[in-house]
Write a protein that binds this ligand. Structure first.
Ligand code: SAH
Length: 349
């Protein structure tokens, strides 16, 4: 497969440019840009003409077209990007002092999570590592100077473990110096619980893992995430326990989308705490972002707070992730909703 910038690792650049110094200069040049160029320039500072000419014959630059930018009142920006015919969505979420970029790992998804709007798109194709890194760069270039893009979450469209080779390469490129040099802990790969991929990821990557647990019994989980029949909760948590034995310092995020009357009871809160005991896990409770036709509902704010409170009181780290950018359908699981052509309407505020 032909690799374009920005999908090459430092080791590959070193070998292609026949010098580590030139590879570092090239990455520095990439870091000095304010937009991805349409093609590689004729010269790059610090890289000799002869070597660069050969490199340009072999590699190009990933083509990204911003088709649409939607800005939410809270500063969240959703990008619809065209990657050579595949449309993906990338979200930039500003916070105090830093921004988080949420990127897609596939154009569409083959998993059938009942609550997630992405499945309505079907599956277009796998994304290449450079297309994941290019999403980050595109959003990064527009981050406000007081909130630089230091975090990346693979929580856009797609199941990262179903495209793991490319995801691992993207993580390596995002974390390599001198640019973008993100901290491995600041890059989080989120999975619906594809066990073989999860095990491999935990063994091979230093980046953070988020497991979308979303239920405390196999019966309820299988109702909303059909693949639970293949990889049940005990197997997923078993893999986290095994990984914690090898590396006890690595935190895992456990995502828990809260659905009214389905997984939001006191008994669920207690089971959640019990099943995570002994794991270095931080729970993120996400109130369900409604998506028409699922039959699922969002709990009241009081119920969300009561659930959170009950979990925290038992000593389990837990945060509520209130939706950001809901009016532009940029919140979790809503990334296709704004595409009116598909017949959906954005969920009400
Ligand atoms: N496939 C991966 C990454 C994409 S989903 C995964 O499942 O983890 C990213 C997060 O959004 C997951 O935790 C998922 O459970 C959550 N999510 C999906 N649809 C949602 C919705 N409608 N409301 C709230 N959270 C949702």
């Amino acid at each position: 497969m032909r690799r374009d910038l920005p999908g090459l690792t430092l080791a590959e650049l070193t070998s292609e440019l026949d010098s580590r110094q030139r590879a570092l200069e090239l990455l520095k040049w990439l870091g000095s840009l304010s937009a991805l160029p349409k093609e590689l320039p004729a010269t790059v500072p610090g890289v000799s003409h002869r070597v660069w000419k050969t490199f340009r014959e072999r590699h190009g630059v990933t083509q990204v077209q911003v088709k649409e930018r939607s800005l939410s009142a809270d500063g969240t920006t959703k990008y619809a990007l065209d990657l050579e015919g595949a449309t993906v969505e990338t979200v930039r979420i500003p916070a105090k002092g830093r921004s988080t970029i949420c990127i897609s790992s596939q154009a569409g998804c083959t998993r059938k999570c009942v609550f997630c709007a992405t499945k309505e798109l079907g599956f277009t194709r796998q994304l290449k590592a450079e297309e994941m890194v290019a999403q980050y760069l595109t959003a990064r270039f527009e981050a406000p100077p007081d909130a630089p893009a230091r975090n990346v979450v693979f929580m856009g469209m797609g199941e990262p473990m179903d495209n793991l080779d490319e995801v691992l390469r993207a993580v390596e490129v995002l974390t390599q110096g001198p640019f973008p040099q993100l901290r491995a802990q600041s890059v989080t790969v989120s999975t619906s619980g594809v066990l073989p991929g999860m095990v491999r990821f935990l063994a091979e990557s230093k980046a953070s893992l988020a497991l979308s647990l979303n239920a405390t019994t196999d019966e309820v989980r299988a109702q909303v995430m059909p693949q639970n029949k293949t990889w049940p909760i005990s197997a997923l948590l078993g893999a986290l326990h095994d990984a914690a034995k090898v590396n006890p310092d690595r935190d895992t995020f456990v995502e828990y989308v809260l659905f009214k009357d389905l997984n939001d009871t006191d008994a669920d809160a207690d089971r959640l705490v019990a099943m995570l005991r002994g794991l270095p896990a931080r729970v993120n409770v996400i109130p369900y972002n409604p998506y028409p036709g699922t039959g699922l509902e969002t709990p009241t704010e009081a119920r969300v707070l009561a659930f959170h409170d009950r979990v925290v009181r038992q000593g389990q780290l837990c945060l509520v992730r209130w939706p950001r950018g809901r009016e532009i359908a940029a919140a979790c699981g809503q990334l296709v909703l704004a595409q009116d052509a598909q017949g959906f309407v954005p969920a009400p505020l």
